[in-house]
Design a protein around this ligand. Sequence first.
Ligand code: CTP
Ligand code: CA
Length: 222
Amino acid sequence: LEASLQPKRLLGKRVLLTAGPTFERIDAVRGITNSSSGKMGYAIARAAAEAGAEVVLVSGETALPTPIGTRRINVLSAQQMLTAVEAEVAAADIFIAVAAVADYYVLNPSEQKIKKDAHILTLELAPNPDILANMTAKENPPFCVGFAAESENLLEYAEAKRKRKKLPLLAANLVQTAMGHDDNEIVLLDDSGETRLARAPKIDIARKLIAHITRLYDAAQL
Ligand code: CTP
Ligand code: CA
């Protein structure tokens, strides 16, 4: 019921999101990943759909059901996530990057399962593309929103990230308060300063975030 009562602020708008972790293959059975349940991203996808948007969710591996009213594209690696986002971004009015993207991939993954021995195993890692920064660097980017999960110096690191990635809006949270929980507490950073969203279930935070995004998005269209 509550879902159907949400104001349809995004009717006719297309929202693209990334969510969940990425997975970078080491060999046939192993990989490098990031901690992320996908819950925050999925809650935002649901809130965007409730607000009337057409929603595309590019998702790493999660155990979550696809939110009602969203089209989901499953990916594993950061490169696959970038490819999927590149294919969808031209149609998007708003892009929200919630995924916990692995910052590195393994240079020479092995086709076969690597056999253990008593020696030190060295993996060569190369940096992954920054999906969000690639989108904001485009000529006609959608309205881009980033997330920053930090373990310390939250506001300072998050604002630096917002500037570096040229984002009109960044949602910052502490990993200690966000990860693996059903509720969250975030600070929104934009050109007018900080807005604190007090600890609440992720779906409530997501609805408030969508309302905030809509206000900034509408103001940017004037
Ligand atoms: N992001 C992305 N592609 C990457 C890395 C990050 O799209 N390769 C996005 C995330 O989805 C998030 C934002 O960028 O919206 C910030 O991610 P974060 O990992 O906090 O920032 P980094 O720039 O990777 O910096 P660091 O991990 O060193 O803090
Ligand atoms: Ca990172």
